[in-house]
Design a protein around this ligand. Structure first.
Ligand SMILES: Cc1cc2nc3c(=O)[nH]c(=O)nc-3n(C[C@H](O)[C@H](O)[C@H](O)COP(=O)(O)OP(=O)(O)OC[C@H]3O[C@@H](n4cnc5c(N)ncnc54)[C@H](O)[C@@H]3O)c2cc1C
Length: 443
């Protein structure tokens, strides 16, 4: 075997597909009974519910923009996937639950724009040990906003790290979201985003239900990869398991990983970000909004609901629980979670908000093959830690996955580009990304 790839998420499948297209013998070992990892579309209800990734975060300069149509995937414009304050119609509700009028909405988005401009300057002056929370406080003090308006922006900043990092503002480094600017529109997938990994997997040797337990390397003899039942040998290995799995130490590396890789595993954070989809018997919210938002302190814990009815054709709202709240809901029953979301919606739309007819709730933190949703730059770490995590170690052990890609961590396209980088390193030559669509069937 030339290369073994551990993990059949988008990073592993990208690397495997490119190496296979270049003529290598490649084996992909995946612990789950499906490919896709954190891309996972639930179709049990007859429509798509993306329990993992659902958005392309910015079409401009994104490798997915060309790939997705080449795979025959239909998209739907939905440019609020990165916790924007405005840009698209949002039903903003104030602290008492009242809908903001057009002037108040404009003032709110202006406040965020003003604070963000100051925030950029504060962050530029921050070191690795400053948190997003303290940088936000320094910024808010400089805005001169009234207490109520500053409280709103503060709540928004806190929700931003909960959603974009899956962590609290105190845990996240001030610089964590430096790469986070969205270029171009965002889109979601009526047919489900996991068509992408399923297409990437076509024609590859992927062994499902195969859990890797140990990896032994030597610079002269390559690698041995042990699973629960078998061992495999290859010249090189690419490990794409999530950062949470690396942190848990469930794969034993011999010799132990050097500090250049073990350090980043330790320092970077693994956040939790969960989704709650509610399908209602009928709409009770406005027709013309992308999202509903509750401002200020009453927006904790539930603050934003996204109208994803266009995907299912049913009245559906999607809300998120990130950071500490994301971890906390994993200890609650579905009924408790749904009741809690409904309380928050009824505070905005009244007691006539109906009970949902169905719900979908994720628990990525308790998933032993993810142990979280995505990585983030924790206080004391830097974006360089992401790239350092990629290795290679002794020229034979490579890492890929969203956590290894400093330019775009925590995204599908970052994971894809990390797989591309690992394949190019193994081949020692550039590979055009267009090779990914070679021999793929159109739907
Ligand atoms: C709720 C949620 C929402 C998200 N939303 C978006 C979004 O809208 N847009 C976006 O761009 N990104 C989003 N992301 C992030 C995106 O899903 C990930 O960055 C990306 O899918 C990660 O791909 P990966 O290949 O690095 O890892 P994974 O997809 O996690 O693949 C790693 C694979 O390794 C396997 N594995 C683990 N341990 C072992 C083992 N011991 N042996 C063998 N196999 C093992 C796992 O089962 C998994 O299949 C979201 C993530 C979550 C959780």
């Amino acid at each position: 075997m030339d290369t073994i790839v551990v993990g059949a998420g988008v990073a592993g499948l990208t690397a495997a597909r490119l190496l296979h297209a270049a003529g290598q013998r490649v084996l992909v070992l995946e612990a789950r009974d499906r490919v896709g990892g954190r891309m996972w579309t639930d179709r049990t209800a007859g429509f798509s519910v993306d329990r993992g990734a659902s958005w392309i975060h910015g079409l401009t300069g994104n490798p997915l923009t060309d790939l997705v149509p080449a795979f025959g995937m239909e998209t739907h414009e939905f440019t609020v996937g990165s916790f924007q304050a405005g840009g698209r119609p949002i039903a903003d509700h104030d602290e008492s639950g009242r809908l903001l009028d057009a002037d108040a909405t404009r003032r709110w988005t202006d406040d965020v724009d003003t604070a963000d401009a100051l925030f950029q300057r504060t962050i530029a002056d921050s070191g690795h040990d400053e948190s997003y929370a303290t940088a936000a406080e320094r910024t808010l003090a400089a805005t001169g906003l009234t207490t109520e308006r500053a409280d709103r922006v503060r709540a928004f900043y806190r929700h931003r790290t909960e959603e974009q990092c899956g962590a609290e503002a105190e845990q996240v480094a001030a610089h964590a979201l430096d790469e986070d600017a969205i270029e171009g529109d965002e889109v979601i997938f009526p047919g489900g985003f996991d068509v992408l990994p399923r297409k990437l997997a076509e024609g590859l040797d992927v062994r499902l239900g195969t859990t890797v337990t140990a990896i032994t390397r030597s610079s002269s003899d390559g690698v041995r990869v042990d699973t629960r039942t078998e061992s495999f040998e290859a010249a090189q290995v690419i490990v794409t398991v999530p950062l949470g799995v690396l942190k848990a130490g469930t794969i034993e590396f011999t010799p132990a990983l050097p500090d250049t890789v073990a350090g980043p595993i330790d320092r970077l954070g693994m956040g939790v970000f969960n989704k709650v989809f509610l399908q209602f018997p009928q709409r009770f919210w406005q027709d013309d909004v992308y999202a509903i938002r509750r401002h200020g302190k009453p927006g904790f814990p539930w603050h934003s609901w996204y109208d994803v009815s266009a995907v299912s054709g049913e009245p559906m709202l999607l809300t998120f629980a990130g950071g500490a709240w994301g971890r906390e809901i994993e200890r609650k029953t579905d009924e408790e979670i749904v009741a809690s979301v409904l309380d928050a919606l009824r505070a905005l739309y009244g007691a006539s908000v109906p009970d949902p007819v169905a719900h979908w709730i994720t628990r990525w933190g308790s998933d032993p093959l993810a142990r979280g949703s995505y990585s983030y730059v924790a206080v004391g770490s830097s974006h360089d830690d992401h790239d350092a995590l990629a290795g290679p170690v002794d020229g034979v052990l490579h890492f890929a996955g969203e956590a290894t890609y400093a330019h775009e961590p925590a995204t599908v396209h970052g994971a894809l580009l990390s797989g591309h980088r690992a394949a190019e390193r193994i081949l020692g030559a550039p590979i055009p990304l267009g090779e990914l669509t070679r021999d793929v069937r159109q739907e």
